[in-house]
Design a protein around this ligand. Sequence first.
Ligand code: AMP
Length: 465
Amino acid sequence: MTFEALGLHPLIQKALADIHYDKPTPVQEKAIPAGIEGKDLLVSSQTGSGKTAAFMLPALHRFASVPFEKSDKKTFNQKRQAARAKGEKVRYEPAHPKMLVLTPTRELAMQIVQSSEDYSAYLKHFRTVAILGGMPYPKQMQLLAKNPEILVATPGRLIDHMHSGKIRFDQLEILVLDEADRMLDMGFIDDIETIIAATPETRQTMLFSATLDGIVGNMARKITRDPELIHIHSVASRHENIDQMIHFVDDLPHKNRLLDHLLHDRSLDQALVFTATKRDADIVADRLAIAGFSAAALHGDMPQGARNRTLTKLRRGQVKILVATDVAARGIDIPNITHVVNYDLPKFPEDYVHRIGRTGRAGRHGLAISLVNHNDNNNVRKIERFTKQSIPVNVIEGFEPKLSFKAAPSKRKPSGWKPGSKRNASPKFSQRGFGKPAAARKDGAGRSRGQGRSGEGRRAAESHR
Ligand code: AMP
């Protein structure tokens, strides 16, 4: 299958050739023709499957296939110039985009904007703009004043602009909900419903989510008409190209020593280290930098400019080890990330899947290592149940945990591991019962997927992570 066979506009094909997209991925093969037809889509697929192009390409094709209407932009500019000439205050008309992409995080939004710009490189007059929390308002006003055709936004900030009359959606043709399950998990459901209610019923809706079960499925059915259902269970979604392993640690000094050792792995190109809190991201990054690693932190307390600079350095390879929280690292797509280290296990098994999916990008091989305290076994069990995979335990000579545990030999051997490490792996963590059961948590860690958080709960969680 080729992009030409999918019937894409020749100028889009030209742009895809420039960025070396030789053939469509499975999700693109299915979504692009249906999207071009104007059908609503419900797609279950993971990051890394090529889903951004699956919704951007049919949309761009559709826009490129109708003659460009210049008058709208002219009116905008003329009004502004006339106001300036009279020395009056420039009044901005509300922007009225043709396409809106809702996405859970700023990083993901910026990547979508970048992809959209790549795909539309030869399409004149197309502007894609991101409206994100953390970006200064005057800057956003300038962007909106250009009346972009495509808006990529996180729900919270978009709502602010809608309420202040800076954006209206009466001319919206295409609505995309990207990583819809994640947006609901983050408590955006009310915001999303408000936004959808402001869009025309005639719109085309494309919803992408890791799962279409539970409340995501309910919402998906409510907001689409006769949708095309697409389920993609790619290699990436099962993480078959990522070796996963657990290392037991006794205490913090043991954990830090082991982390340093693991990060000296010669097969490591770039690594992402996950911590539970923003404070720990800073502490671990500082410690690694002092130990001589090219390390930096990324988390939600950093100003957007600093976050962008760190991500640019990571992309250029100037930062080798990024220490991040879940929210900040979401959507990072850097093919050279060979290692993901869970310095702390995530609270929710879904986050484990998202974390390890930051490695093994673009068909490469990845290694995901979890540093596990002996009290963490409930969390590991939850992850194993969720991923339907057992995670082998690994022990490195000189870094053995003092707390002993009995382990049967592994059936599944992680490849890509080097001499010097001895595998003391086991078939299933959950069968062994290490340590004590995790203490009952007051933080709602046992909450099942899809129950969502209230807006307040989300903000509290966001500010902590
Ligand atoms: P996504 O799932 O949209 O985040 O895409 C994951 C990665 O795959 C990104 O680096 C994309 O640029 C890349 N990608 C998407 N589609 C293709 C394709 N057809 N050929 C090659 N790379 C692709």
